[in-house]
Design a binder for this molecule. Structure first.
Ligand SMILES: Nc1ncnc2c1ncn2[C@@H]1O[C@H](COP(=O)(O)OP(=O)(O)O)[C@@H](O)[C@H]1O
Ligand SMILES: [Mg+2]
Length: 278
C-alpha cells in the first residue's frame, strides 16, 4: 500500500472515529438513487449562449466526448454512479472539486464529471469555474474568453447574460471571467452568497459543480467549500504529498467529504483497463 493510500485510510478512519468532520451516509444509497429518474429533461436554450464545440478538439484535451475511449468514459461513469448514490442519499445538490496542489486534475475531473452527470436525462448540471485565479474550464470546453463570475461579482452583470451551453444537452457553464489575484474577498462577499443561493434554489433537478484553486496555497477553496454541500478531493498519483492531503482534509474537516479521486494512475497500476473481455 502506498504512503498516499495509507494517508487516505488514516483520514477515513479519523473521520469515522469523529476526529475529522462529518462523512456522508454511504449506506443504502442504491435504493433511493432511482428517485426522480423517470423525468426526461431536455432544455431549449433561448437566452443562454450556445457554443458549438468541436469533439476532436475536446478529445485532445482529455474531455470525454461520445467517441472517447470507452474505458475512460466508464471510469467517469463509475465515479458518477458512486457520487450520485451518496448525493441522493444525503440530499446533496452541489459539490466542490478540490485538491491540495496545482495540476492535480481538479478541472479535468470537474469537466468530465459534469459531462458524465449531464448525460443522465433526469438532471441538468451547472459547472461553475470558481478558480478565479487561473480559470481553465473555457479552454477545456473550447469556449472563447468572456465575462463570467468576476463580472457578476464586481459589476453586477446578471447571471443569465453569462451562462454558456457548450453544445452538450443539460450542461451549462458559468465561466470565471477576468482572472483575479484577489478572489477570496469576492468569494466571501454578500454578492457571492446571493449568487449561490440563487443557483441552488432555481432548479431542483440541477447539480452544481464548483471548480477551485489549490487548497494549500489559497483560502478560496475554504470559502467555496462553505457554499457546496460536499467536497470531492482529487489526489494525483505519485505527486500529491501526504502532508498536503492531510492538511487539506483537516482544513475542510467541517464539510462532508464525498470521497477521493486518485487521478493519473499509470495504466500498469490500473486494473480497469484490462477488465474482463473488454
Ligand atoms: N487523468 C488524467 N490523465 C491525463 N492527464 C490528465 C489527467 N487529469 C489531468 N490531466 C492533465 O493534467 C494537467 C492538469 O490538470 P487540471 O485538471 O487542469 O489540474 P488542476 O485543475 O488541478 O490544476 C492538464 O494538462 C490535464 O490535461
Ligand atoms: Mg484547475
Amino acid at each position: 500500500m502506498s504512503r498516499l493510500e495509507k494517508a487516505l485510510n488514516r483520514a477515513k478512519q479519523a473521520r469515522q472515529e469523529g476526529k475529522i468532520g462529518p462523512t456522508p451516509d454511504h449506506q443504502e444509497a442504491e435504493t433511493v438513487s432511482q428517485a426522480g429518474k423517470d423525468k426526461i429533461i431536455n432544455p431549449v436554450y433561448t437566452h443562454t449562449k450556445v457554443c458549438q464545440t468541436d469533439p476532436s478538439q475536446l478529445e485532445k484535451r482529455g474531455v470525454i466526448t461520445t467517441d472517447f475511449h470507452p474505458a475512460i468514459v466508464e471510469e467517469y461513469n463509475l465515479l458518477r454512479a458512486k457520487l450520485e448514490a451518496i448525493m441522493v442519499k444525503n440530499g446533496f445538490k452541489s459539490m466542490l472539486i478540490a485538491s491540495p496542489g496545482p495540476e492535480e486534475g481538479k478541472t479535468l475531473t470537474a469537466v468530465n464529471l459534469a459531462i458524465s452527470l449531464s448525460r443522465e436525462t433526469s438532471r441538468t448540471v451547472l459547472l461553475v469555474d470558481a478558480d478565479m485565479r487561473n480559470p481553465a474550464i473555457n479552454e477545456y470546453l473550447g469556449i472563447s474568453k468572456g465575462p463570467g463570475l468576476f463580472e457578476h461579482l464586481t459589476k453586477g452583470i446578471p447571471l443569465k447574460d453569462l451562462l454558456i451551453n457548450p453544445g452538450l444537452p443539460r450542461l451549462t457553464v458559468l465561466p470565471a471571467g477576468t482572472p483575479s489575484d484577489y478572489p477570496a474577498d469576492l468569494l466571501a462577499s454578500p454578492a457571492m452568497k446571493r449568487l449561490v443561493a440563487d443557483i441552488k434554489d432555481r432548479y431542483p433537478e440541477r447539480t452544481i459543480i464548483f471548480d477551485s484553486p489549490p487548497l494549500t496555497a489559497f483560502s478560496d477553496g475554504l470559502y467555496l467549500a462553505r457554499y457546496a454541500d460536499a467536497v470531492l478531493m482529487v489526489v494525483r498519483s505519485g505527486v500529491t504529498k501526504e502532508n498536503d492531503l492531510l492538511h487539506a482534509l483537516e482544513n475542510l474537516s467541517d464539510r462532508p467529504l464525498l470521497g477521493t479521486v486518485l487521478n493519473r494512475v499509470k495504466k500498469n497500476q490500473c486494473a480497469a483497463y484490462s477488465y474482463g473481455k473488454y
